[in-house]
Write a protein that binds this ligand. Structure first.
Ligand code: HEC
Ligand code: HEC
Ligand code: HEC
Ligand code: HEC
Ligand code: HEC
Ligand code: HEC
Ligand code: HEC
Ligand code: HEC
Length: 417
């Protein structure tokens, strides 16, 4: 595998690299790539990349030149990079504009958005969010750019910045933050074969030159695939109940979000909480729950489960804060969760846990939680001297006072998430 290092900003360096790149492209015996690249979504002669100026120059759909500026002799035509300055990877435009530290994003911020955008100028590619593709939700966004331009999103500048320092063996200043999670030469059309992980679209940052999740699956854990619609399972209602159709997203996401990495978020203006999915960490991870679970199907009350990050989160962006999915375990959330300190988190929790309505106890009302906190056999709090906790006249207490990744209850010592 050829890895090209770049020193952006230095025009001479860029020109040299661009020249080197053409040589590499021309000399690279395409057999080196052929199989994997031709199997990829971009390299497909049926579905792959197609840039009008290159198409009319006679290049077949899927050819590298639809993305890279290959010096071509076909018709003597020499396509110009549309941005005027050649990218270190000899792409047709700047790979990523690192002065763009916050969304919303527009096409010119990111090379990928010249196609992965509902009004793309090069090639319009339709993509849906995870909740729709794999979770049976209805339409919300129809492109990757639209997915990012929502209430919350994986901040591309922060990913770029984090990946430069953490994956510097291959991720350079000129690299694209999307490629921290994808390899554009390998990514496949998972959405077209949603229950066949061999069609994976992702690459783990520490294993960038392979697809991730083709054989490393959620079935390696004590996992239960959530409902999609009715009692059919994710992905897309055709998944195996034990996670045998779902890539191992825990290893994927914890490649970055783990107890040792400090990750800064420009969007949130602070370091992120570290995620510990081990048996020493969260109960939604490998730590066992204690007492009884007040839980909905397909989960059983004796517990022992490890959840996938994508059971609750979107990978790109969401209409809820913190990338929380809009559909979870076979049902849409009642409404969007737009602020952190709120009791509306119950809209998420009740997709799996019993609120008072589901438990037919407590206040018996939906999205209220007297039963699990005051009445269930393993309730943590005795309902007395109400003001101690329900002070200030407002009855419901924001869930995130006590429930969040890594939370330990100060009163009971219980692990709260
Ligand atoms: C020249 C247009 C173009 C550019 C630029 C482009 N893509 Fe694509 N991409 C496509 C097309 C076309 C497909 C195949 C769509 C389909 O599945 O029918 C695709 C598919 C994909 C897939 C597989 C999932 C799918 O929808 O099939 C991933 C992942 C992907 N692209 C990521 C990227 C990333 C990351 C970048 C930027 C580094 C990028 N693409 C840049 C056109 C483009
Ligand atoms: C969808 C657009 C797209 C297509 C098609 C494409 N590339 Fe790339 N390529 C990229 C991007 C984007 C990068 C920059 C990688 C990064 O951001 O780190 C890149 C980087 C590279 C690199 C540098 C090493 C690496 O993998 O990062 C080589 C070599 C390369 N491409 C060769 C090719 C060849 C050969 C083909 C055709 C067989 C091809 N590319 C097809 C988008 C594409
Ligand atoms: C933090 C990791 C991460 C980043 C950053 C990221 N993606 Fe993804 N992407 C994923 C995951 C996870 C999936 C879902 C897996 C799947 O579709 O098979 C996905 C799916 C996709 C798909 C396929 C969607 C479909 O229809 O199934 C495309 C296309 C894509 N990403 C493009 C992009 C582009 C373009 C960017 C940058 C603007 C980007 N991604 C940034 C993790 C990421
Ligand atoms: C390449 C490293 C990387 C990977 C892989 C990655 N993340 Fe992130 N994540 C980041 C960075 C950097 C931030 C800080 C920027 C931000 O807040 O968006 C972040 C932020 C987040 C946030 C907070 C977003 C916000 O601002 O509201 C959530 C939630 C999250 N990640 C979940 C996930 C999930 C789920 C996965 C797996 C699909 C994942 N991440 C994979 C790097 C990564
Ligand atoms: C996708 C389904 C799902 C969602 C959504 C979900 N949970 Fe859970 N939760 C579970 C499962 C399954 C367990 C049991 C884990 C185990 O077996 O170790 C659990 C365990 C717990 C526990 C430990 C209970 C005990 O007795 O030890 C707490 C506390 C908890 N969840 C709180 C929440 C809160 C608060 C929310 C909403 C912010 C939430 N959960 C959302 C599925 C979910
Ligand atoms: C040790 C702390 C604590 C004490 C003391 C306490 N509660 Fe709670 N209570 C909670 C927590 C935590 C919840 C769950 C969060 C929520 O729904 O507000 C809750 C939930 C409730 C709910 C459902 C909330 C709603 O309106 O949707 C009711 C009703 C309730 N408690 C009544 C009482 C009454 C009445 C008392 C006094 C007799 C009392 N509680 C004392 C902690 C406490
Ligand atoms: C004052 C702290 C506190 C607040 C506020 C709070 N909880 Fe809890 N909650 C707990 C504790 C402690 C447990 C018991 C954890 C255990 O069993 O290990 C619990 C348990 C739960 C469970 C797990 C039930 C099961 O299946 O065993 C759910 C779901 C839950 N809370 C939802 C909520 C929701 C929704 C809110 C906001 C409306 C909320 N909580 C507010 C402290 C709190
Ligand atoms: C049961 C649902 C659920 C699962 C499963 C889940 N999360 Fe979360 N996640 C949440 C909720 C709720 C929040 C908001 C509360 C908080 O900040 O912890 C959140 C917040 C986050 C944040 C932002 C933390 C911050 O600093 O505000 C990150 C990063 C994150 N999750 C990553 C992950 C990763 C990585 C995994 C898998 C290893 C994962 N999550 C699994 C529900 C979940």
């Amino acid at each position: 595998m050829v890895v090209i290092r770049s020193s952006p900003g230095q025009h001479k360096g860029v020109c040299f690299l661009a020249a080197l790149f053409f040589v590499v492209l021309l000399l690279l015996p395409c057999q080196l790539w052929a199989g994997e690249y031709l199997d990829s979504a971009h390299g497909s002669t049926l579905h792959g990349v197609k840039r009008p100026s290159i198409d009319s120059a006679g290049y077949a759909r899927g050819n590298c030149a639809h993305c890279h500026e290959q010096h071509a002799s076909i018709d003597g035509a020499e396509p110009e990079p549309s941005s005027g300055t050649p990218s270190p990877f000899a792409l047709f435009t700047t790979n990523f504009d690192s002065s763009k530290t916050l969304g919303p994003y527009s096409e010119s911020d990111n090379f990928c958005f010249y196609c992965h955008n509902a009004t793309a100028s090069i090639q319009v590619v339709t993509n849906y969010d995870y909740s729709q593709n794999f979770g049976c939700a209805g339409l919300q966004v129809s492109s990757i750019m639209d997915a990012f331009n929502q209430a919350s999103y994986h901040n591309l500048y922060d990913i770029w910045s984090f990946a430069r320092s953490s994956f510097s063996s291959w991720f350079t200043n000129g690299s694209n933050p999307c490629n921290a999670c994808h390899n554009p030469h390998l990514a496949r059309r998972n959405w077209a074969y949603p229950s066949d992980p061999l069609y994976s679209a992702i690459s783990k940052p520490t294993d960038h030159f392979n697809l991730w999740g083709t054989t490393s699956l959620m079935s390696a854990y004590s996992y239960e695939s959530p409902y999609c619609s009715g009692t059919s399972r994710e992905p897309t209602g055709s998944g195996a109940s034990n996670g045998g159709s779902t890539p191992d997203y825990v290893s994927f996401c914890t490649n970055c979000h783990n107890p040792s990495n400090t990750i800064y978020s420009t969007s949130l203006g602070r370091d992120l909480v570290k995620i510990d999915w081990s048996s020493q960490g969260d109960k939604h991870g490998a730590r066992n729950m204690d007492g009884g679970l007040d839980i909905e199907g397909p989960y059983g009350s004796s517990g022992g489960y490890v959840l996938s990050c994508l059971d609750c989160h979107e990978p790109h962006g969401s209409s809820n804060i913190l990338l929380i999915r809009r559909r979870v375990n076979g049902g849409d959330l009642h409404d969007s969760i737009t602020t952190y300190s709120t009791n509306y988190w119950g809209y998420l929790c009740t997709r799996c846990h019993l609120d008072d309505y589901d438990a037919n106890a407590g206040t018996k009302e939906p999205y209220r939680w007297r039963y699990v906190h005051h009445e269930a056999p393993d309730h943590p709090y005795t309902a007395m001297r109400c003001g101690q906790c329900h002070g200030g006249g407002s009855m419901p207490i924001p869930c995130t006072n006590c429930h969040y990744h890594g939370a330990v209850d100060s009163r009971t010592g219980l692990i709260n998430f």
